[in-house]
Design a protein around this ligand. Structure first.
Ligand code: AKG
Ligand code: FE2
Length: 458
């Protein structure tokens, strides 16, 4: 009897505890959903860009309103508690993350391939120092410590299997995860940028549903100092969807004194929308599709600081298939794909009409070809053609004149040639239509002249 009673009381107590916990969990969930649904508009969309063939259209940016700082945030921890969790730096980075990854940011990212967010760090301090300033101070201090930052170099593996280093002029980098404990201790906000998973979690919630293994799984942070003196990056994609699991790139700029003339602007090529030039001003965060958004950095006359966060899926997409693969710099895989496409067409002895056998109006056929050319994998090849000259000039601009640079330029030329023949043979109507949409004397977006074709970015 006593035992039964005790059991009963215990059961009631634990039911009450569970109920209390349940209520707490429900109200936490409600609060989280409320905050996720809050449609804050930090997104800064480029307005009315005129397409100027061969030249860059300049994005007009709208200032963002400053909002109050918040230290409440969602954080999912897969690997246990990170050292920066709950510290002033950790709380500040998490609060900024909530302002960066909003429904409108994700909507722009999903439909245009990029999003620009300003003012997300305003009003957020770390021990009395504004967050962006604290990040800059740490990055400056790391880059003046001997041996911490290394020259950016791309390893090119030739047909002979020999690896050559193609170094960029004036670009110095360090991966946060590779820093020593001593360096990490001196860079608490940059450490928190690497460890805090708020942005990753919010991207998983708000970007189009990503089932494992394609949902975002981990992140890395690369610090960068551009020494000025013309330091820049050539046109490139950050990742190759078939080979590399990077899905989203987020660049955080930390240059409080940037002014026109300093250069070092990021240029995004969200084709068929117009190119957009983005000034690397302090506190600005630029997100884009790692695999599908072409970009470069213009020569910088001034010293310039930023860091890149890459969000990775667990594994590279395996469904990229015929859509193509492009290695960012050597392009060997890309060339192979284009060659495969060429073989499929020429080798088969069939005409293009046989490859698109359905009867139908010429217009439907043309739009199908446009669609195929704008699908992520093929679009990469198309963009190398569209921007072939600027691409070559940017390779020359970004690297000192070495045999490796000559090789990189030769590879680019060869690729352009193969791609032109392959897609010219396979999608002649689409190519002609896109060419005339781009060559139009009228201003306005190429996308509109293509009948508003949707482009898939993720
Ligand atoms: O410095 C920048 O603005 C961008 C750098 C970049 O594109 C990269 O590191 O892949
Ligand atoms: Fe990049």
């Amino acid at each position: 009897m006593r035992a039964k009673k005790k059991r009963g009381v215990g059961a009631i107590h634990s039911a009450q505890r569970l109920a209390r916990r349940g209520m707490a969990a429900r109200s936490f969930a409600r609060e989280a959903v409320r905050r996720l649904g809050r449609n804050t508009d930090e997104i800064i969309a480029p307005l009315s860009l005129g397409y100027i063939p061969g030249r860059l259209a300049r994005g007009r940016l709208v200032e963002d309103s400053t909002r109050e700082s918040s230290s409440r945030y969602l954080a999912t921890r897969t690997f246990g508690e990170a050292p920066s969790h709950g510290t002033p730096a950790g709380l500040a980075v998490a609060a900024a993350a909530e302002r960066i990854i909003t429904p409108s940011t994700c909507e722009h990212l999903r439909t245009r391939g990029y999003a620009i967010v300003d003012g997300a760090m305003e009003g957020i301090d770390v021990d009395g120092v504004p967050l962006a300033e604290a990040m800059l101070n740490e990055l400056r201090s790391l880059s003046s410590s001997p041996g911490v930052m290394a020259r950016n170099a791309t390893v090119l593996v030739g047909k002979d299997g020999v690896a050559n280093r193609l170094e960029k002029s004036n670009i110095f980098e360090a991966e946060v995860h590779a820093l020593s404990e001593e360096s990490l201790a001196d860079a608490p906000t940059l450490r928190a940028a690497w460890e805090d998973r708020t942005q990753l979690t919010l991207l998983n919630v708000m970007l189009p549903a990503r089932a494992p293994p394609q949902s975002l799984h981990y992140q890395s942070v690369k610090l960068q100092r551009n020494a000025g003196r013309g330091g820049c990056f050539p046109l490139h994609f950050d990742s190759d969807a078939g080979l590399d699991a990077r899905v989203v790139t987020a660049l955080t700029y930390l240059n409080p004194t940037w002014k026109p003339g300093d250069g070092g602007e990021l240029v995004l090529f969200p084709f068929p929308d117009d190119p957009i030039k983005v000034e690397p001003i302090a506190g600005r965060v630029v997100l884009f599709s790692s695999a599908n958004t072409l970009h470069r950095v213009l020569p910088s006359a001034a010293e310039r600081f930023c860091f890149t966060t890459w969000f990775f899926a667990k594994q590279a997409r395996s469904d990229d298939g015929d859509e193509g693969r492009t290695t960012t710099h050597t392009g060997a895989a890309s060339t192979q794909l284009a060659r495969k496409a060429a073989d499929k067409y020429w080798g088969s002895g069939k005409s293009n009409d046989d490859l698109w056998p359905e009867p139908g109006a010429e217009e439907i056929r043309t739009m199908r070809e446009c669609e195929a050319l704008l699908a992520p994998g093929m679009r990469k090849h198309l963009l190398r053609l569209v921007h072939a000259e600027e691409w070559a000039a940017s390779i020359a601009e970004s690297h000192p004149d070495t045999p490796e640079r000559t090789k990189a330029l030769e590879t680019h030329r060869r690729e352009v040639d193969v791609i032109a023949r392959a897609i010219g043979g396979r999608y002649p109507r689409g190519l002609a239509r896109i060419g005339s949409a781009m060559g139009s004397e009228r201003g306005g977006a190429v996308r509109e002249r293509l009948g508003g074709l949707e482009v898939r970015w993720f």
